[in-house]
Write a new protein. Structure first.
Length: 341
């Protein structure tokens, strides 16, 4: 096993980012978290949004300065581009680059557009990445609790010779220096991020939940039972794993559950799964996934919208809505409140 050099708050100079004017473009999942965490760390922030954006009111209500993208970029020392990946090239070429001052820093939270060359930034710019390894809502909530979410930093171009220090300073300002920061490359971040979200976190986990739920319901068990067993409890188990690894989970669960898991887990998640994971990684590395996603976006995201609609109608979502309404304490500390973030 190779070990990597982890960086923390003590390794960074927070004053670098505190001395810069930052424009955060977009106020979605990552945008609201970066803007608010930077502001609370004493950084001067303006949120750049398109005219008539519904996020503008949320940002203003949170006490942030809001401006059209071109105005937010004008005079900024660092621009963090946090609009959806599929819109970044359009926003960059039409509103960011023409207004961005010489020698400024252009920052990303994901390397997609740089690595797959959808954006080729002006040569005078520093181009960096600060990519939190967690959802934006958690980037905000962990910061508010005095912590943070781990992050990757990378430098694509270093025109001013301090790109790395700027990225590190920014990462600490959003809280990542409490959790750990890893220096990487745009390529490595993109390939591991796409793989993780597709095979394990978002795609893999969702399909595991659906497969378990459907198996129980098909066998005649009630959807409510299946919901608690296959969806609700994933959170309880993940909390144990997150806190202390697999051994921590196995310590807490019964011996029956532990033995059954050892026996059956590898039969369900078998060599075939690993083979298909390698295929998924290969598609990402060869740029095939990126080409497909860009095409899907150019043709109006029809596939994505259809699947989103179909999934909303799935019994696990229907029964889940009903059961969660009976557990109002879940909503009391919600990470996602669509009226606010
Ligand atoms: P999002 O979809 O949640 O939010 C996008 C924001 O951009 C919205 O506020 C939207 O109003 C705004 N916007 C849309 N079009 C715009 C335009 N033309 N001009 C100005 N603003 C516009 O996006 P997100 O999920 O936060 O993703 C942003 C970046 O962060 C992406 O590069 C993504 O890969 C990366 N990232 C996201 C997460 C996450 O937790 N969602 C995690 C790590 C990295
Ligand atoms: Mg991602
Ligand atoms: Mg049990």
């Amino acid at each position: 096993m190779t070990t990597i050099n982890m960086l923390y708050d003590k390794d960074a100079e927070l004053s670098i980012i505190q001395g810069m004017k930052v424009a955060v473009i977009g106020y979605g999942s990552q945008g609201h978290a970066h803007a608010l965490n930077l502001r609370d760390t004493g950084v001067s922030v303006t949120v750049g949004l398109r005219a008539g954006s519904s996020s503008g009111a949320k940002a203003e209500k949170a006490g942030l300065a809001v401006a059209p993208v071109s105005e937010a970029v004008d005079g900024a020392d660092l621009v963090m581009l946090l609009v959806p990946d599929e819109l970044q090239a359009k926003v960059y070429y039409s509103e960011v680059e023409p207004n961005l001052k010489q020698g400024a820093t252009l920052a990303f939270a994901h390397g997609f557009n740089i690595h797959f060359q959808c954006i080729e930034p002006r040569a005078d710019l520093d181009v960096v990445m600060v990519a939190p390894k967690g959802p934006g809502h958690t980037v905000r909530s962990n910061y508010q609790q005095g912590g943070g979410v781990p992050a990757l930093i990378a430098v694509h171009s270093d025109a001013g010779s301090r790109a790395r220090d700027i990225a590190l300073s920014y990462a600490c300002a959003i809280g990542a220096g409490t959790a750990g920061i890893i220096e990487t490359s745009f390529r490595e971040e993109v390939e591991t991020d796409l793989f993780g979200e597709q095979a394990v976190l978002c795609g893999g986990l969702a399909e595991l939940i659906l497969a378990g739920f459907e198996t129980l319901v098909e066998a005649g068990y009630s959807p409510e039972m299946a919901y608690f067993e296959c969806l609700h409890e994933t959170k309880l188990i993940i909390d144990l794993i997150y806190e202390g690894g697999l051994a921590n989970m196995n310590y807490s669960i019964s011996n029956t559950a532990e033995y059954g898991g050892y026996l059956t887990g590898p039969k369900v998640i078998d060599a075939g799964v690993r083979e298909r994971m390698r295929e998924a990684l290969g598609r990402i590395q060869r740029g095939e996934f990126a080409r497909e996603f860009v095409q899907e976006c150019e043709s109006g995201q029809l596939v994505m919208k259809a699947i989103r609609r179909r999934q909303r109608e799935h019994p696990v979502e229907q029964v889940g809505e009903h059961l969660r309404a009976m557990m109002p304490w879940i909503a009391q500390q919600r990470l996602v409140d669509r009226d606010v973030n």
